[in-house]
Design a protein around this ligand. Structure first.
Ligand code: IMP
Ligand code: MG
Length: 178
């Protein structure tokens, strides 16, 4: 598995430090609020599991799973809900936890949809951001690292469902997918 990695982009130590920083910032911002952390499956599971333990204020967690309509590798922007949230969103301060913000189309759709369910607030926390790839006007409220436009895997991120269990974020060798 590690033979398929061109280089380590973000080490375990760097990930740990950043997650602690984000957790502290979120804990300050959500003191006295009704924090509910929502993980978009599956890429954000590893980040979510670490981030929630770096948060020191009371919080609920929930998971949702979506898939893009249409074919091809590019996100279409229209998503189908494969697994919806279980918890009612009324009066909740939602924090959507994502692995990577790329075109932003998926997250834009999810955010607009959840906003209509009586939430008190919705913010976005993404571990990685590829700002130059953005196709909609969407910014993360909390962002771990800006990454170049290369395909990255590990720490939850996959290529064809593999490499999610790598403890670091690495650049995949182009020979793996070309
Ligand atoms: P978008 O922002 O709607 O274009 O899609 C974001 C989703 O695309 C993420 O949640 C990832 O699942 C996937 N994605 C985008 N860039 C990468 C990458 O470099 N590695 C792995 N998955 C990626
Ligand atoms: Mg993915």
């Amino acid at each position: 598995m590690t033979n398929d990695i061109l280089k380590v982009l973000i080490s375990q130590q760097e990930l740990h430090k950043k997650v602690e920083e984000l957790g502290a910032q979120i804990s300050r911002d959500y003191a006295g609020k009704n924090l509910m952390m929502v993980s978009v499956l599956k890429g954000s599971v590893v980040f979510m599991a670490d981030l929630m333990r770096a948060v020191t204020v009371p919080c609920e967690i929930d998971f949702m799973s979506v898939s893009s309509y249409g074919h091809g590798v590019k996100t279409s922007g229209v998503v189908k809900i494969v697994k919806d949230l279980d918890i009612d969103l009324k009066n909740r301060d939602l924090l959507i936890v994502e692995d990577i913000l790329d075109s932003g189309m998926t997250l834009n759709y999810i955010k607009n949809m959840l906003e209509q369910r009586g939430t008190r607030s919705i913010k976005i926390c993404t571990l990685l951001d590829k700002p130059e790839r953005r196709q909609v006007d969407l910014q993360a409220d909390y962002s771990g690292f800006s990454v170049p436009d290369e395909f990255v895997v590990g720490y939850g991120l996959d290529f064809a469902e593999r490499y999610r269990n790598l403890p670091y974020v690495g650049v995949l060798k182009p020979s793996v997918y070309s």
